[in-house]
Design a protein around this ligand. Structure first.
Ligand code: IVH
Length: 682
């Protein structure tokens, strides 16, 4: 068999992609960039489309598939999914140990301590190494079949990494939303006028219940496995051995665990674990103590709901009591008014908390929060302090009811509540608060990437009346900028140059920079590729937008609403007149690299591989993650490794960084750009 055999190529690519998944998710030691990974996935996708006879449900291209469901099927667990008995008391742990030793007096064994993850329990079933089903715990006997949602979680392998996998392997674990992802999701929901989730567990449970896997795929979900269900063709002596085997298969396990032969030492370890509580990227609400020797499980037995060989010790939630002095209002990028509790500073989970989000007016009413109240605060998702409840017994009668303002506190304009939304919004697109966050977004790295234009400069530009929308940036004169704080001759020049250069950014970045609600980087890129220019996109109606793969009704509606707004159209015209790029490069711009495929390896001096890839694509070239006979050029940076060797072997033309720069054209002031971005960019 040769590598020209499509089946072989497809198999090889799948294995390679799975290996990179493992390196990224399990070993935290990626060998390629996101872009290179995407390029591999794209090559595989193209091959699978050309040769549909080799399609497979476990291919990494098939994570998000199928139409939205009407409801979830109820499925019986092959082995019941038990829960754990919980305790907050160390005495009860000592009692747990005594009971075990009474039941098996002759045995010697170890305890294993693991962090308790606060997520949603899940059972995955692999048959002959392939993921066939994912079911929630439900009532323990039957649960919901959420396979199509769980398949979208990139860290969960669709195939186990083993050439001889067991006939049946059921693994059980916890799906969770990491704390950073939770904070970002809630911020987005807030900006979209939606009800935020109370904590990462609710956000995770809510995500798993979505009927459209494409929506689930956008949620930052992850999973850790710590138990088994039905097994056929495999057995484990100890829990630790089971964990390590799962890890070998490519399933994520807890980042740390402790083994000890006495409960006293476990009690000490629990304190050590508690000290690490805020270091985990997920919500950790206690420790789980299990007997390590699995042969003892049958002897120890089970109660109606939980095993006698394991117990969960829960840490008290970290809360603090303080006084709510006032409620202030923040105005976000899309004009959403968010009430914020101004608190008497108080220590909570290692930081001083002065403010806490109150989300929206409904939340204030629901919790009956008044200004002057003593309140209990907690950190939702370890990051964002939230008011949990009011200590009503401490009310003096001097507390006052809070009402949301009827005008925007920043610009005085009218506020509105849109249908189906919980939030109030300022309707003035020129509200300085909105303009500031719009400009900051427009200038950010993922959008127009205007060097030097950060939040504080934006603040000055808007407050000084110099800029009222992104288009006005392009009319800024050096002399105007020179009048700003901490702005010397050189930085003023650089800023103007940075703004000028941003006119050449690819269409998808401009589209993202416009800040259309719900249009993130991914949607912007899809829309740019589909419509090729702004006029075609503006002419599209909701039906047309909804026919596009991966563009849902929410994005579609938001795009249409954006373009009917006179204010938005005005800014677009101004941007166009300023010379900002509103066309996809291949459709009209330069495409001198069309038909050429590049592979980038090693590190470059003048730019990152990511940037080099952007520039190649902007000129119509393709970027691939692996070298083959079809590769036109291999660009070899510093410390290029196996790809360089392979390219040499195949006789592929090798380019140095300088040669690539020459090929990209002399107009590039690449050397000016941020130098020396080496290695991986995860
Ligand atoms: S073992 C047979 N280990 O916490 C019981 N559970 O409050 C298997 N949980 O039902 C469960 N972290 O959903 C186990 N390291 C861990 C866990 C863990 C979180 C969950 C699980 C369990 C619940 C009990």
């Amino acid at each position: 068999m040769t590598t020209d055999d499509p089946k072989q190529r497809i198999m090889k690519l799948r294995t390679e992609i799975e290996r990179h998944n493992r390196l990224y998710y399990i070993d935290a030691a990626p060998e390629i960039t996101d872009r290179e990974y995407d390029a591999l996935l794209q090559s595989l996708d193209e091959l699978e489309k050309r040769f549909p006879e080799f399609a497979s449900a476990t291919s990494p291209t098939q994570r998000v598939g199928g139409a939205p469901l009407d409801r979830f099927e109820n499925v019986q667990h092959a082995v019941p999914m038990m829960s754990l008995s919980n305790t907050y008391s160390k005495e009860e742990l000592v009692e747990f140990d005594r009971r075990i030793r009474r039941l098996i007096p002759e045995e010697t064994f170890d305890y294993i301590l693991e962090p308790k993850i606060d997520g949603v329990a899940i059972s995955l079933r692999y048959e002959d190494g392939e993921l066939v089903r994912a079911v929630t715990r439900g009532d323990g006997a039957t649960g919901d079949d959420v396979t199509s949602n769980v398949r979208t979680i990139n860290s969960i392998p669709l195939r186990l990494s083993d050439l001889m996998p067991p006939a049946v392997l059921e693994v059980r674990g916890e799906i969770y939303m990491d704390t950073a992802g939770f904070a970002k999701l809630n911020e987005e929901r807030q900006e979209a006028g939606q009800e935020p989730f109370a904590n990462p567990r609710n956000a995770c449970a809510g995500s798993l219940k979505l009927l459209d896997p494409r929506e689930v795929a956008k949620r930052p979900l992850d999973a850790i496995f710590y138990a088994t269900g039905q097994l056929d063709g495999i057995a484990f002596d100890t829990h630790e051995q089971m964990l390590q085997t799962l890890k070998g298969y490519g399933l994520r396990i807890t980042p740390n665990y402790w083994l000890n032969d006495t409960i006293e030492e476990i009690l000490d370890q629990l304190d050590a674990l508690e000290a690490l509580r805020h270091e985990f990227p997920f919500e950790m609400d206690g420790g789980v103590i299990k007997v390590n020797e699995r042969r003892l499980y049958e002897d120890l037995g089970y109660t109606a709901k939980s095993p006698r060989w394991a117990v969960a010790y829960k840490y008290e939630p970290e809360q603090a009591e303080t006084t709510l002095h006032a409620i202030s209002i923040q105005v976000g990028r899309t004009g959403v008014l968010t009430p914020v509790a101004e608190l008497e500073p108080v220590q909570l989970a290692g930081t001083t908390v002065k403010r806490a989000t109150l989300h929206n007016e409904d939340e204030i009413r629901r919790k009956d929060i008044k200004v002057g109240d003593r309140v209990i605060i907690e950190k939702a998702g370890e990051i964002i302090p939230a008011v949990v409840n009011v200590v009503k017994e401490k009310r003096t009668g001097a507390e006052t009811e809070f009402r949301m303002p009827t005008a925007c506190p920043v610009c005085g304009s009218e506020v509105e509540k849109r249908e189906g939304e919980v939030a109030l919004r300022c309707i003035n697109l020129q509200c300085p608060a909105q303009v500031k966050s719009w400009l900051t977004h427009f200038a950010s790295r993922g959008a127009m990437d205007i060097n030097g234009l950060g939040e504080s400069l934006v603040e000055q530009l808007v407050d000084g009346g110099l800029v009222k929308n992104p288009a006005e940036l392009y009319a800024l004169q050096k002399i105007e900028v020179l009048g700003l704080e901490r702005m010397g001759e050189k930085s003023a020049e650089n800023l103007i140059k940075g703004i000028e250069e941003s006119k050449k950014r690819p269409f998808e970045k401009v589209l993202f920079g416009l800040g259309i609600r719900h249009v993130g980087k991914g949607a912007a890129s899809i829309l740019a590729k589909e419509f090729k220019n702004i006029d075609a996109l503006m002419a599209a109606d909701i039906q047309r937008l909804e026919t596009i793969h991966d563009i849902g009704p929410i994005v579609g509606k938001s795009v249409v609403e954006y373009f009917v707004s006179d204010q938005a159209r005005g800014v677009l015209n101004q941007l166009r007149e300023a010379g900002v790029n509103f066309e996809q490069a291949q459709a009209g711009g330069s495409n001198e690299l069309e038909g050429l495929t590049f592979v980038l390896t090693g590190s470059m001096e003048s730019m990152s591989r990511e940037e080099a890839g952007d520039k190649i694509q902007a000129r119509g070239g393709k970027v691939s993650g692996s070298v083959s006979k079809k590769t036109s050029y291999l660009v070899a940076g510093e410390s290029a490794g196996s790809k360089l060797a392979k390219a040499e072997k195949l006789g592929v033309t090798i380019l140095s960084e300088e040669q690539l720069l020459a090929l990209l054209g002399s107009d590039e002031k690449l050397k000016d750009q941020k130098a020396g971005q080496l290695g991986f960019e995860f």
